[in-house]
Design a protein around this ligand. Structure first.
Ligand code: GLA
Length: 654
């Protein structure tokens, strides 16, 4: 965890964009708001390394000293996310190449090829120099490597690294040819030199090829992160090292569960960026809980940190999406409720120029009088009051399974239905559980799931076998499987005998898939309806719970007991998830709260427990609990009203 006292509060701070007088004002305002961490040096390559072999640390020294003197700790970034023009100009091969084969120019950010040796060497040198210089600096709280890794490149250097990665995975060309099913359309490779990144080709490319390139890209970016982290650790072995993962519910650039293996290591930290999707058709409010559920899942239940969120409108979301009064407070507490060790923002002070000049900030262009800044001050006070929450954890009742590879598989060409995307479905289940007050994690299908009483697998196309899920069910768990799950192996080859890898476990044989038109629904004899998808299926040991009343006819919902565990299989996507959820034994702690009044509990091993209550509705609510509300430092009683759009954090002992 960042070496700060209490919970972390602050944001990206770019003083290099400002005159020195403003720096003094920044520190004064940070103190007023209770900011204790600032993320610095994220995009400062051009100032600290303004030319080949030139190093100018004077400005960063001043910034670090300024923070230390002001009592603010630094989340010190390595600035490698954005090579400056001189670097790209000197090393044109480090500029990324698009799938169509043309090289992209510099002029924005993240303009690098992750596979270019010159870039790989430069970032290690940069990280090493920074770590050597600042390891002992009193401001240093933690290291922030790169920024939101996502860049892909299709150049010849990428081709070379890709081949090495493929050789490691498949051994020889026969293995590769088998995995990609290259006998289809006569795509067989006879020499490694013929294997390229999936560049734009005349028609739909080979799905296995596309999928492996995404795996490779995620691994290559993780290796980049690792190379910097290792260079830092040599000089600064005792400070946490992290990077900011993107947990917005539609980002699948990297396999963060693989990254998590790394970021959960000693002196590492899971830190995340979360930006709300405005006008989100699935659900707006539960997004905070969703992003937190994923972060907690990545951190295996241990504390994690919200590194970035937006204080107001985000320029990247088309602007015009302001947070209503109280919203950023409520959302920030939402992340903390769900296990974040603080609430950080992009960014501290609004930039006067550049692409993000209209992006929200804790200090907007209007300065300290703004609602945004005043709320930041309020939040700073609250987080101070909540310092003792640090280190406590959340106990989820359920998990929803996410496999980034299944998400990628859905993006490969040749889908049976374009409406069966995994992310929206995962978020739909999450939102339904959230509305019922059930706290759940997002977890990976291959991990030990035994700590979750119920596990949902709404959309898991790719599974080699059922071993881990079977272990979970045989151990007494309840598994709920959505349609079109387990149908393909890790190479995207369709398993013989549908539904595939899960057939034996489910005790169900699927005869035929029946993708539905978007406006179509199917009726079940329990009064519910399904959409997007249906199947004709027969029982091979499972009990039939509901049946289609018309086409495709036959069983629609199956249930099976295995030892003390149970498994459900849904052959359609229920239009309303509630009737199905009613069948499960999933009671929230406060079942009578209205929808939109959220409670989450964080508990320390010694029994100190904090009940976070967040009222997302426009009605007063009552939370039937007693204890001390740490936000207002007053006693909480069951009769006390929780006003609309406000929060309470009630200290109790369990
Ligand atoms: C990302 C980046 C930041 C900034 C914000 C704006 O999270 O990490 O540098 O661009 O988006 O929303």
């Amino acid at each position: 965890m960042p070496t700060v006292d209490g919970l972390a509060f602050g944001g990206d701070y770019n003083p290099e964009q400002w005159e020195r007088e403003v720096w003094e004002e920044d520190i004064a305002l940070m103190r007023e708001a209770g900011v204790n961490v600032a993320t610095v040096n994220v995009f400062s390559w051009a100032s600290i390394n303004p030319g080949p072999g030139k190093w100018e640390f004077g400005q960063l020294d001043d910034i670090m000293d300024l923070l230390a003197d002001g009592g603010v700790r630094a989340d010190l970034a390595t600035s490698t996310a954005s090579p400056p023009p001189w670097f790209s100009h000197a090393h044109p091969e480090t500029l990324p190449v698009a799938p169509e084969g043309h090289r992209l120019y510099y002029g924005a950010r993240a303009e690098y090829c992750p596979h270019a040796p010159a870039y790989q060497e430069a970032v290690v040198e940069m990280a090493s120099k920074l770590a050597e210089r600042y390891a002992g600096h009193p401001a240093l709280a933690m290291w922030h490597v790169g920024n939101e890794y996502y860049r892909s490149c299709f150049c010849d250097l990428a081709a070379t690294e890709f081949r090495t990665w493929l050789r490691e995975r498949y051994g020889d060309l026969d293995g590769l040819n088998r995995a990609w099913g290259t006998t289809f359309w006569s795509q067989t490779f006879t020499d490694w030199e013929q294997v390229l990144p999936p560049r734009a080709c005349a028609e739909t490319p080979n799905p296995g090829h596309v999928l492996d390139f995404r795996r490779f890209g995620s691994d290559a970016r993780l290796r980049l992160f690792d190379s910097e982290a290792a260079a830092i650790a040599e000089h600064s072995p005792d400070k946490p090292i992290t990077t900011n993962l993107m947990v917005t519910g539609n980002f699948a650039g990297n396999d963060y569960f693989r990254w998590g293996e790394d970021l959960n290591g000693e002196n590492r930290l899971i830190a995340v960026d979360h930006y709300l999707i405005p006008g989100d058709e699935i659900a707006y409010e539960p997004q905070v809980a969703y992003a937190s559920a994923l972060s907690r899942g990545l951190a295996h239940g241990q504390p994690w940190l919200l590194m970035e969120q937006s204080a107001n409108s985000s320029a990247w979301r088309g602007g015009g999406f302001p947070k209503r009064p109280g919203e950023q407070l409520r959302h920030s507490l939402g992340y903390v409720a769900h296990g974040s060790e603080g609430a950080m923002y992009f960014q501290w002070r609004a930039s006067r120029y550049g692409t993000e000049r209209w992006h929200a900030a804790m200090v907007p262009h209007g300065g300290r009088e703004t609602k945004t800044f005043q709320e930041a001050v309020q939040l700073g006070q609250w987080l101070k009051n909540l310092a003792e929450v640090k280190g406590s954890t959340v106990e989820p009742q359920a998990a929803i399974l996410l496999d980034y590879e299944s998400v990628w598989a859905f993006d490969t060409p040749g889908q049976l239905s374009s409406s069966m995307a995994p992310f929206p479905e995962l978020r739909r289940w999450h939102a339904a559980l959230w509305k019922r007050g059930v706290v759940c994690d997002i977890a990976h299908p291959a991990e030990d799931l035994s700590r979750y009483p119920v596990v949902f697998a709404p959309s898991l196309q790719m599974l080699d076998d059922d071993a881990n899920l079977r272990r979970y069910v045989e151990g007494g768990g309840t598994l709920v499987v959505g349609p079109f799950s387990g149908v393909m192996d890790r190479n995207e080859h369709v398993h013989p005998g549908l539904p595939g890898a899960l057939r034996d476990l489910l005790g169900v044989r699927v005869v035929e898939h029946v993708p539905l038109r978007e406006d179509e629904s199917v009726a079940l004899d329990d009064g519910t309806t399904g959409r997007l998808w249906a199947e004709t299926a027969v029982s091979e040991g499972a009990e039939v719970i509901a049946t289609y009343t018309e086409y495709p006819h036959g069983p629609a919902v199956f249930h099976r007991r295995i030892g003390s565990g149970r498994v459900w299989y849904l052959t359609t996507r229920p239009e309303d998830l509630n009737p199905f959820l009613d069948r499960l034994d999933l009671e929230p702690e406060f079942p009578d709260l209205p929808t939109g009044v959220e409670t989450v509990r964080r508990t320390h091993d010694d029994g100190r427990s904090y009940l976070f209550a967040l009222n997302h509705t426009d009605q007063e609510a009552r939370i039937p609990a007693e204890g001390r509300d740490l936000l207002t430092d007053t006693e909480w009683t069951p009769t006390k009203p929780l006003r609309p759009n406000t929060c309470a954090v009630i200290r109790q002992h369990r």
